[in-house]
Design a protein around this ligand. Structure first.
Ligand code: MF3
Ligand code: CO
Ligand code: CO
Length: 263
């Protein structure tokens, strides 16, 4: 983790765009397969094969010992779910988080998918999480403080009494997977001095819980994070470049849910 936020130069912005656009294309490739009946290992294999066959590298494979090419987090799993032989079933909400390395540059994004008909609560949670991400992005201007992201997201989640996860945050990204600044999704006063200047690239990746914000890490695999109260959790993530004209979402997909989408 770099100690200081990196300001990328305009010639590097194109590299960032290319990496994130590959990642988005991978998400579009994946989307039709994320349906009831598939195993999370099969989804992982699709991510892996598509990435490698395009000459790129799955960033999570071997990252701090993480064993797979993506994270898949079902229902009460908040993040870092490890693909295995679990079969997706009708009614699940399923987050797939993918990160690619393209010529040394990182792009990172996630989406939560609804498996057929889900409960009203699940649908609402997914909707509010998705909308909170876009509200936060659209609130930003060059020079905005990182604190504002946490304020916008937690103010919005509060209307529905959804908990905002604190233990895991967004992050700077670019030549490395995770750099400063940390991007908390709830208000942290020290974030007020972290300003989002043109040339900074970062993720926003709110995790909202149907109940408490509290989470627990699985002791046996060391990765899987669950809600403490076992209620549902949803997440969306984009990689964003701050420009002089405002935030540019680098990981927008062609086929996925666009701002304003109704689940
Ligand atoms: N993609 C996750 C993020 O958004 C990080 C996953 S790291 C892993 O930052 F090791 F769990 F894969
Ligand atoms: Co991320
Ligand atoms: Co991610």
């Amino acid at each position: 983790m770099s100690e200081n936020p990196v300001i990328y130069k305009p010639f590097e912005w194109e590299r960032l765009r290319i990496a994130s656009q590959f990642n988005a294309q991978l998400m579009d490739h994946l989307r039709p397969y994320v349906k009831p009946g598939i195993t999370t290992d099969e989804i992982n294999q699709i991510v892996h094969d598509y990435t490698v066959s395009h000459g790129n590298t799955p960033a999570t494979l071997g990252y701090m010992g993480y064993p797979k090419s993506c994270c898949i987090s079902i229902n009460e799993v908040v993040c870092h779910g490890i693909p295995d032989d679990t079969v997706l079933k009708e009614g699940d909400i399923v987050n797939v988080d993918i990160t690619s390395i393209v010529n040394g540059w990182y792009g990172d994004q996630s989406e939560t998918f609804l498996m057929g008909q889900v409960s009203d609560e699940a649908r609402k949670l997914v909707q509010v999480t998705f909308d909170s991400l876009f509200l936060a992005i659209n609130s930003l201007q060059p020079g905005s403080s990182v604190l504002q992201i946490g304020q916008v997201i937690s103010d919005y989640a509060r209307d529905d009494n959804f908990g905002v996860v604190r233990q895991y945050q967004g992050h700077g990204i670019g030549r490395e997977f995770h750099t400063d600044p940390g991007i908390p999704h709830y208000p942290v006063s020290s974030s007020e001095r972290d300003l989002l200047l043109p040339g900074m690239c970062f993720t926003i990746e709110p995790m909202l819980n149907a109940g408490s914000w509290k989470t627990v890490e699985d002791q046996s695999d060391g990765w899987t994070v669950r809600t403490k109260d076992n209620k549902l959790s949803a997440q969306f993530e984009h990689t964003i470049l701050m420009t002089e004209d405002g935030p540019e979402i680098l990981t927008l997909t062609k086929e996925g849910p666009q701002a304003g989408h109704k689940f």
